[in-house]
Design a protein around this ligand. Structure first.
Ligand code: 13P
Length: 248
């Protein structure tokens, strides 16, 4: 399965900063292409800049969120068509900051995921447990609940346009990367849950790891079983550092 190396820029970068970083990533990839799929999830205002900078490269632009409606009176929200018009190919749903800082429910994440797929976007559904959930033995229950509510019905059509990003909440932006044993074990659980839900297709859905990925640990993480990609926050803001991770 082709690996996916994805940057989540969160709420960082003006349009000019985004353009410069994306241009540097595109130049590096044009000089030395990678076998991996490369995606940058940019803030809404910078998606078009990133998509333009990536136009003649193998990388693609994505959005960090979407609203599940074609259009309408949804002040402050953005539709799949608007994202596609800006050049987004991918969208993230259920990022931990949306769930735990912005209060998004499993149910809403599920509606966003299903609608974005239906409208032709590729979707990366983020799941992950909090530290207290892991420590109290609820890891599998939490992942199962997030996958059950997040996965759209009719799994057959998901191949090639859907990925899961496992990001333990306690490892995001904390510098505490989950250890290789934890990542290996948890990705095996996610794979089993995907197969329970989707049958054989579950084996062909990429599972990315996210949480304090850096150039120094990326090589080890990407080599683990069932780690089909990486989702990088802080270390993706700098083009050099992101490219180092792509090459790791
Ligand atoms: P960090 O790489 O900064 O820990 O962020 C991870 C993340 O949330 C990516 O979506």
């Amino acid at each position: 399965m082709q690996k996916i190396i994805a940057a989540n820029w969160k709420m960082y970068k003006t349009r000019q900063e985004a353009r410069e970083t994306a241009a540097a990533v595109a130049a590096a990839l044009n000089e030395q292409p990678t076998p991996h799929e490369v995606v940058v999830f940019a803030p809404f205002t910078a998606i078009a800049e990133v998509a333009d900078a990536f136009a003649a490269s193998q990388a693609q632009a994505g959005a960090q969120d979407v609203w599940p409606a074609v259009e309408g009176a949804f002040t402050g929200e953005i539709s799949p068509r608007m994202l596609q018009d800006a050049g987004a190919v991918w969208v993230l749903t259920g990022h931990s900051e949306r769930r735990h800082v912005l209060g998004e429910s499993d149910e809403l994440v599920g509606r966003k995921t299903a609608f974005a797929l239906e409208q032709g976007l590729k979707v990366m559904l983020c799941i992950g447990e909090k530290l207290e959930e892991r420590e109290s033995g609820q890891l599998e229950d939490v992942l199962r609940r997030q996958l059950d509510s997040g996965l759209p019905a009719g799994g057959g059509a998901l191949e090639g346009r859907f990925a899961v990003a496992y990001e333990p909440v306690w490892a995001i932006g904390t510098g505490k990367v989950a250890g290789p044993d934890e990542v290996l074990a948890t990705h095996a659980v996610v794979r089993r849950l995907l197969c329970e839900r989707l049958g054989e297709t579950g084996n062909r859905i990429p599972i990315l790891y996210g949480g304090s990925v850096k150039p120094a640990n990326a090589g080890k993480l990407i080599g683990l079983d069932n780690v089909d990609g990486l989702l990088i926050g802080g270390a993706s803001l700098d083009a050099q550092s992101f490219v180092q991770i792509i090459r790791a």
